[in-house]
Ligand binder design. Structure first.
Ligand SMILES: C[S@@+](CC[C@H](N)C(=O)[O-])C[C@H]1O[C@@H](n2cnc3c(N)ncnc32)[C@H](O)[C@@H]1O
Length: 296
């Protein structure tokens, strides 16, 4: 789910950090800025049931509530990893470990999650403990751009809405490939451009430490260019976009509790930032699941 924290302005990086020509009008955030963003966000992710990703609706008549649609999407994405008991998954940009916990319970796989938010590491440790999964799920602090793991140490790698924070998507993907064993599966989700964005909109994305989206073919090429074989591409923008309106419905219902916990000013700022951001995502930005593997 894009930008669920309090909106704020961050420094634009130098043009030399641009990922490719499509990035020429958008600036890219640094890992530290993303970490600070998620530390600041903290427990505000309660609105999403403490996940930080979108939900999935089967069609326009599907009236599934937001949290159930989010949990459903965890499985739609997670099942594509085809995890077997005892296999080891790396969840890159794991939030507070909700996906890691759910997939460990569902598959008996071992899961390591990594996030650059120290707040999330502490919160995830509490959740893993409460779920009775100590020893099976581990959440660690680290940077996706330089994964602190040896080569070929995981059976599968997941990147669930974390790639929009990559200063260099290809760099993150090459790190994911390095730590994946030959034949191991990669599943990632990413936002993709449907309608070209204008400069004021790039600025709104920057405020939430988000990279401008690629076109879907560009995203697939970036995955292939990082030496993954691509097995499946699911273009599912229309199936996830209800998340944005549903978010504000749940936000309104939780408002009093959020104000009591975070204060009026912070909650208002959060809502203002998200209304600007999610309008862009609704009108111009789609969503894709990409499944691949590291060739043997
Ligand atoms: C939109 S959230 C998705 C969280 C989780 N995958 C989920 O679906 O609920 C993006 C996540 O990526 C993490 N992240 C952003 N930049 C990172 C980096 N450079 N290294 C590690 N994690 C990063 C954030 O801290 C956050 O946990």
């Amino acid at each position: 789910m894009p930008g669920c924290g309090p909106g704020r302005r961050i420094a634009a990086p130098a043009p030399s950090t641009m990922e490719d020509s499509q990035m020429s009008t958008g600036a890219i955030s640094t890992s530290d800025e993303a970490a600070e963003f998620y530390d600041d966000m903290g427990g505000m992710i309660e609105v999403l049931g403490s996940n930080i990703h979108v939900g999935y609706w089967t069609d326009d008549a599907d009236r599934t509530p937001l949290l159930e649609a989010i949990n459903r999407f965890t499985l739609i994405v997670g099942d594509r990893l085809r995890l077997q008991p005892g296999q080891h998954l790396l969840d890159v940009g794991c939030g507070v470990g909700m996906t890691a916990i759910r997939l460990a319970q569902r598959t008996d796989a071992t899961v390591t999650g990594i996030t650059n938010s120290r707040w999330q590491v502490a919160e995830a440790a509490r959740r893993v403990h409460d779920a009775g999964l100590r020893g099976q799920v581990t959440i660690e602090y680290g940077d996706a751009a330089a994964l602190p793991y040896p080569a070929t140490s995981f059976d599968a790698v997941l990147s669930f809405e974390s790639l929009p924070h990559a200063q260099d998507r290809g760099g993150w993907l090459r790190e994911m490939r390095r730590v994946l064993r030959p034949g191991g599966r990669l599943v990632l989700t990413e936002f993709v451009e449907e309608v070209p964005l204008a400069e004021p909109e790039f600025s709104v994305l920057r405020d939430s430490v988000l990279l401008p989206p690629l076109l879907l073919p560009g995203l697939v090429e970036t995955v292939r260019g990082s030496e993954f074989a691509v097995d499946e591409v699911v273009d599912c923008g229309p199936r996830i976009k209800r998340s944005y309106t549903a978010y504000f419905g749940r936000f309104a219902r939780l408002r009093d509790e959020l104000v009591a916990e975070y204060g009026q000013e912070r909650v208002d700022e959060h809502e203002r930032g998200l209304r600007a951001l999610l309008a862009i995502y609704h009108e111009k930005i789609g969503y894709a699941i990409v499944v691949g593997h590291r060739p043997a």
